[in-house]
Write a protein that binds this ligand. Sequence first.
Ligand code: 9MR
Ligand code: ZN
Length: 535
Amino acid sequence: ELKYTPFGIFVDQAGYTPDRRKIAVIPFDAEDFTVCDDKGDIVFEGKTVYFGYDEDSGDTVRTADFSELKTEGIYRVHAGGRTSALFRIGSDAYDKLLYDISKAYYYLRCGCALEPEYAGVYHHKPCHCPAASLYEDSSVTLDVSGGWHDAGDYGRYVTAGAVAAAHLLYAYKLFPNVFDGLKLDIPDGGMPDILTEIRYELEWLLKMQREDGGVYHKVTTMHHAPFIMPEEDNAPLVVFPVSSMAVADFAAVTALASGIYKKFDNNFAETLCKAAKKSADWLEEHPEFIGFKNPEGCNTGGYYERDDNSNRYWAYAEMYALTGDTLYKDKMLAQMEKDFPLTEFGYGEVGGLGSLAYLLAERGSYDETADKLKKTFADQAEVLKKLSAKSGYGLALERSGYHWGSNMTVMKNGMIFAVNCLLNGDKSAKEYAANQLDYLMGKNALGISYVSGTGEFRVNELHLRPAFADGIDECMPGMVSGGPNKGLNDPFAQAVIPSDTPPMKCFADLAASYSMNEITIYWNSPAVFVLAFLK
Ligand code: 9MR
Ligand code: ZN
């Protein structure tokens, strides 16, 4: 049975830092509003502003601006006899959320036990440890244990893993101060915890590389496991063929990581650098696109791509950034001639990561290419700002953005605002990025926080196998739900959401629905990036 918000006014349930713009959305008629503290005393009074009809939600909305309220505390907004969920104003408003969303990766670790000391009630035994066999020759077995479970399923996929790790690595690279002191309560790795956690994925990625530099696309069972704990999933593990997307993303992320880990562990940085070069060489020797298709009898994730243009671009950009070798720059520029978006931070289209690599490498000595890339980010930020202005919720998301995993696009757009602020000095982008987070955390048409563990009304029935199988009512915190999906791409979504539902409302907190309420490692990672930017 589905739960709807008991609240009538929608706010960011994680809260607001004191100097931020603070806007509640009121989807009904009311002239006046108040904000009350946790004792029920009125601390702020104001007039609502009529926005009008919001297409994506199908609601006529008003906004209530209480930006002037800066005093630390816990509050609710009231208007027309209705109230909002509780929220906090304070300089630490994002701290717990950043901790939770980053810690989430520990709960997704594969190939080791989650110890009670670190995982609390969510501890479990080691999973998916046996050797895996090659799909192409089952007599060959490999140790490919480790890494993070991709999502609600137990698969491990190279392109998805590389991109999630890259979002996190860039969050660290751009905002190291945010993470240097951030303890995640995970086994100590002698470096900032976030880097220890990312390393867990990188060590697995290294195992997915073949001697010749090729990188296997994924390791999964032939079918998705039922809703059992990971250590009970004993179906044989299969390593699927090499794809050129996997090779390119692998080269890119290991090159990026090599530069970052040098300061903490030179041997590891060397290993990463060698691995990156080997796969970059493989790309040279294999100029043709080698895609991926699930073979007959396998129903785990595909991560299909139509080409590997952006992937190769990203690989060469990172290799150039790491080595300074202009041969890689030439290859990157040649890739750039092909047709793909230069600001995308997705698991398939990764052009934005390549552009970011190049811009950071050339920082301070801008050339023509850098100028072009900077302008592309600026243009994209402008497009997004216009979308935000058109939305009653201030959300920068195009109509087509309400797809499977829409919350990733919400957060990816937040990343574009962040990058535009950092590289083009666009100060106004900060509020826009913050607003993307507000939407994720409850300022949306369903008034729901899309992150487990935060907010009075929040997702809890996530499509996440251990969360279902562990018998614990409360989902582990910090898991970002995929969010509204106009496509209603699974039978459970179709059963509960009428097909004429406005896109922003095509969501239910329903564990069965993998196309609305699943989690993935690359839906958390752009949220980590945006939160680190906002801190
Ligand atoms: O996140 C992916 C989404 O964009 C696609 O529309 C969907 C269908 O192809 O697949 C999603 O990825 C899933 C992956 O294939 C397997 N693990 C779970 C992922 C999230 O549902
Ligand atoms: Zn596992």
